[in-house]
Every structure is written in C-alpha cells, then in structure tokens.
Design a protein around this ligand. Structure first.
Ligand code: ACO
Length: 332
C-alpha cells in the first residue's frame, strides 16, 4: 500500500548534566594522557549525571522538547526510549519518563540497541506515524553510561558520558520530507567483544559477578574499531546508493559519536568534507543512544541544520547493531 505520510521531525530537546569530567581528570585516576585520548578518540570532556538516573535525564530532554516546540504533554501518543542504562530492568524507562514529563495519554516502551538505539527507535517510531495510527511520537535516547563504566579501566572509562536527547515525530503529507529511508542491521556474534556480562538472566547478580566486575562495560576496542569503521561506512554508502544520492547532495552527515577516526573514515567514504559532518564528541564523549539527537538538536539550534537539508544519520554499536537513515529536515 502506498504511503500517505512520512514522519517529520517537528521538535527537538536535550539535556546534558553540568558536571564535566575532562581529560586532565582522567590523568589523575588512570594511566592515560590528554594527548592519547584526544588523538585516539577526539574526546576532550564528557558529562557526569551526579544525582538522578537515565529517566531523569530523559524527562528533562522531553520537557525541553515540549517547551520549545509548544507541545502539550497530554497530546503525546507514544514514547519510545532507546537506552542500555535503564533505571531498572522493569518498569521500562519510557514509563518513568512519561510519568515525570506528564505524558498522561501516552503509552511507550524501551528499545535496546546500544549506540544504534536512536536510529532503531527513530525507524520504529516513524512506522507508527506512517501507518496513520498516531500523530505525535517522541523518540528519546538517554544513557547514564557512568552507571556501567569501570573508572579503573582506562580502555573504556575515558570514552563514555551521560546525556539525553529527544525528537518529536509528526505526520507530513510531503513524502519528500521527514524520514525517507533506513537500513538497519544486527549481528549477535559481536556480543563477544562488546557487552556487559552480568546482571541479566545469563549471569544474575551475585557476589562473584560483582567481585569479577562483570557489571561494567567490556569492550575489545581494537576488534570493535575494525568492524565499526567498515560497518558504519558501508551502510552510510548503501543508504546513499538506495536513494540515488551522492555525498554532494548531503547537507550534513550526522554520525554516532564514538570515535572521531570512525567518523572521519565514514565521511571520507561518502565523499563528504569535514565541514558538513556534525561533531560534538569533544564535549560529550560517547553518550550511546543520545549522540545523534544531541547533534541534531545542537546543530539545528545553532542555525546550521536548516529546513530542507538532506541528512544522513549513521551509527554502529553493541550487538553488533548498525545502520543509517536518510532524513530530510522539516523544522524551520
Ligand atoms: N590511555 C593510554 N593508553 C591506553 C588507553 C588510555 N586511555 N586505553 C588503551 N590504551 C593502550 C592500550 O592498552 C594499548 O596498549 P598495548 O598496545 O600496550 O596493549 C594501546 O593503548 C593501544 O590500544 P588500542 O586498543 O589499539 O587503541 P586504539 O587506537 O584502538 O583506540 C579505542 C582504542 C579508542 C577504544 C578504539 O579502539 C575505538 O574507538 N574502538 C571502537 C569503539 C566503538 O565504536 N564502540 C562502539 C560503540 S560503544 C557501544 O555500543 C556501547
């Protein structure tokens, strides 16, 4: 059946905690240096949520979205929350955010796709709009990565930060606007090199799992880097080709912010110069499900992303999960 609507982004919101952990701080707690971190990752500083959980950050991002878009919280139909750091296994963080942000008439659920979570949730939310069933859907990415980071492990602790960001999706009859296409992938073999082993049904929490530090992120950085650099670039090129686009047509590449070298390699493969790539990894590090909407929100609010701009969003993360989306910006 031919589509009647596309899902347009009609509002954005974000929250980044105030507390900053800069590279100099990490020099005092692990064997590392500012030079190593900046040259290997592009990160200068990241944020720490001292009081509150992922739902508190998510609710603040949603409230920012509602306020700046002039939307009544009671008009929201559905909230999809992408996170790998839910407040609890259950209830879902989406329920908690809906309560805290006053979304009295919404239903919602969580979605777990690590650093690709926002893209997976965006595609899912868009389908509810395209079907004609729902008029206002919020997609929020929120991750309190500090809650699962081992601050004695220099391989991972320097990479991650805490933040949340959200977009509002509404129907548009302009089928050349909004979310045009997505291509998403999973490969569970990747679970061997990027995971949090304990706390789930495979390895419930016990003294032993705590003693072995199995409730923290484990990442074989080198192994993930190799697959990420190819996976993100391949899928970004695939989304260009599927939509008869070249790098010249793209106003902004909006990549997941895990490593500046992965971002540069993706842009290069797409033929997109660095001036047309959204970058805020230096300020926030890797905030997992929040990185892409944070970029969208900041670049839109700075007047850099404009109505009609063709955007390619791309991500790679734990699972493995990866994908790319073609989005035409709808906000004035
Ligand atoms: N400071 C100083 N040295 C360090 C640090 C540090 N913070 N961390 C690691 N090193 C050392 C390593 O121990 C290693 O030493 P060795 O050679 O003596 O063993 C050396 O530096 C080089 O380590 P590499 O792992 O080869 O460093 P690399 O250049 O690969 O950078 C990084 C590491 C930044 C983690 C990179 O591999 C990376 O970005 N990987 C992909 C991350 C990613 O995209 N993840 C997916 C999303 S995350 C998610 O989904 C939750």
């Amino acid at each position: 059946m031919a589509k009647k609507f596309n899902a347009a982004v009609t509002g954005v919101g974000m929250f980044a905690p105030e507390k900053i952990l800069d590279n100099e701080y990490f020099e005092t707690i692990v064997d590392t240096s500012h030079e190593w971190i900046i040259s290997r990752t592009g990160i200068k500083e990241r944020r720490l949520m001292e009081n509150g959980a992922s739902s508190d950050m998510g609710a603040k991002a949603v409230k920012d979205l509602l306020k700046t878009s002039g939307t009544n919280p009671e008009d929201i139909d559905l909230i999809i929350c992408a996170t790998v750091t839910p407040d609890m296994f259950f209830p879902a963080t989406a329920c908690l955010i809906a309560h805290k942000a006053g979304l009295k008439n919404a239903w919602g659920y969580d979605l777990s796709a690590a650093c690709s979570g926002f893209l997976f949730a965006l595609e899912t939310g868009a389908k509810f709009i395209e079907s004609g069933s729902y008029k206002k859907v919020i997609v929020v990415g929120t991750d309190k990565m500090s809650s699962i980071v081992d601050y004695t492990d220099r391989n991972t602790c320097i990479l991650f930060g805490d933040a949340a960001s959200a977009v509002l999706l509404e129907p548009t009859e302009d089928l050349n606007s909004g979310l045009i296409d997505s291509k998403l992938y999973v490969d569970g073999k990747g679970s061997e090199v990027l995971n949090m082993k304990a706390g789930g049904s495979a390895l419930p929490a016990s003294h032993e799992t705590i003693d072995k530090k199995l409730h923290y992120i484990y990442q074989d950085g080198k192994a993930v880097f190799k697959v990420a650099v190819k996976g993100m670039a391949d899928v970004a090129v695939e989304i260009l080709e599927r939509n008869n686009l070249t790098g010249d047509d793209v106003a902004w590449l909006v990549p997941h912010q895990a490593n500046l070298r992965i971002i540069d390699a993706t842009a290069q493969r797409m033929g997109i110069p660095s001036e047309r790539v959204t970058i805020n990894i230096q300020k926030y590090g890797n905030t997992t499900a929040a990185t892409i909407p944070l970029c969208l929100t900041e670049y839109y609010r700075d007047g850099k992303i404009k109505k009609g701009d063709k955007l390619v969003l791309a991500a790679f993360g734990g699972g493995f999960t990866w994908g790319a989306s073609y989005l035409v910006w709808s906000l004035d």
